[in-house]
Design a protein around this ligand. Structure first.
Ligand code: PLP
Length: 367
């Protein structure tokens, strides 16, 4: 490997294999014809395999944010309360999304790098008349994973309320069984753990959530209207012109996932994360989330204290072709992020850590 072999180790998008790139160069087909229907079916089957769901999974030409928007435009009614554990940049965006549709977010906050306790979530459900709970499963800004999904879904089931999950940054990386957990709506995107190009989102919707969406007295979005999306889905189409080249790339990426095997993909990411965390600890670099149980497999966030982050990022890229990411929003200067959502295996991670070690030795430490 040399510096021409670019390796994106940001938290998505990822470095795509030739197969996916070539698939995107296929001739464009009519999105109302048989070839498109076959493409749609291939993607649908691949998505069910990674969502672990029998629910409908809708395909949206629009990045992950469009998928999250679809949840609020359809499944949360105006004036209704929605519970949102808030522990980072993306959970804050969810709160904003709720406000945009005139819903009332009931926020259970914790400081960034941590998580609200299950007890505080249960109490908030008990004390407020919420109709749904929205969980960001992997907080890409802090490197914290919410591993209490099953417990939250149990609370929701008892209360008869809906559970929404944003798995944009870790579906296909960290185990997530949509149906087994009882998640009504799960949103993810194409450019991270699913191994595809940027620009698409996918939303699985249970029968109960679909009914609620169809009965929403005020669905305001034209583009993300679930009635239209569902109606066209039944004939393996999208209501409006889809991003056909991206869909070809996605179908190929899901084929690769199937060939690798879901379990193997999860194992590979887990092994990569273990190698990276062990390396950071051996170098006395502090991991940002304070509790080991929160540590994300998909996005490894470390503190910049004692390090020259600008130099590390620049030299890794210029000398070794590896790109890692700066911290996000208010953690921009305090932290650095390593994405583990792509096709890299042991050899690539060893190359990355070897390069990282050299950069640290040369110039990466603060005097
Ligand atoms: C947890 C999470 N939610 C939502 C999004 C938004 O996705 P997109 O940038 O594809 O719109 C991201 C993007 O990184 C994310 O990490």
């Amino acid at each position: 490997m040399n510096r021409k072999t670019q390796m994106l180790l940001i938290p998505g998008p990822i470095t795509l294999p030739e197969r996916v790139l070539k698939a995107m160069a296929k001739p464009i087909v009519n999105h109302r014809g048989d070839e498109f229907h076959a493409l749609y079916e291939r993607i649908e089957e691949g998505l069910r395999n990674v969502f672990k769901t029998e629910n409908n999974v809708y395909i949206i030409s629009g990045s992950g944010t469009a998928g999250v928007d679809m949840v609020f435009q359809n499944f949360v009614y105006e004036g209704e309360k929605v519970l949102i554990p808030d522990f980072g940049e993306f959970t804050e965006r969810v709160v904003e999304n709720a406000l945009k549709v005139g819903a009332e977010p009931v926020v259970v906050k914790s400081e960034w790098g941590s998580l609200p306790s299950l007890r505080s979530i249960a109490e908030a459900v008990e004390n407020n008349n919420v109709e749904s709970i929205f969980i960001v499963h992997n907080e890409t800004s802090t490197g914290v994973t919410f591993r209490m999904m099953e417990e939250v879904a149990n609370i929701a089931r008892k209360e008869g309320i809906l559970v929404f999950a944003d798995t944009v940054s870790d579906l296909g990386v960290e185990p997530f069984y949509t149906d087994k957990l009882g998640v009504d709506v799960c949103v993810t995107a194409s450019q991270k753990g699913l191994g595809g190009p940027p620009g698409l989102s996918f939303v699985s919707v249970s029968g109960k959530a679909l009914d609620k969406g169809l009965n929403n007295p005020r669905r305001r979005s034209f583009y993300l209207d679930v009635e239209k999306i569902h109606r066209f889905h039944l004939r393996r189409e999208t209501p409006f012109t889809p991003a056909v080249p991206l869909l070809y790339g996605m179908a190929e990426a899901l084929e690769i996932l199937k060939e690798e095997g879901y379990e193997e993909r999860i194992r590979r990411h887990s092994e990569n994360a273990r190698m990276i965390y062990e390396f950071l600890e051996s170098e006395n670099i502090e991991i940002f989330p304070r509790n080991r149980e929160y540590w994300s497999t998909a996005v490894i966030v470390f503190k910049n204290r004692g390090l020259n982050a600008d130099i590390i990022i620049r030299r890794l890229y210029e000398e070794y072709g590896i790109l890692i990411a700066r911290g996000m929003s208010k953690l921009r200067n305090e932290t650095t992020r390593i994405g583990n959502v792509g096709y890299e295996g042991r050899a690539e991670i060893e190359y990355f850590l070897d390069s990282f070690r050299k950069v640290l030795k040369d110039a990466g430490r603060q005097p």
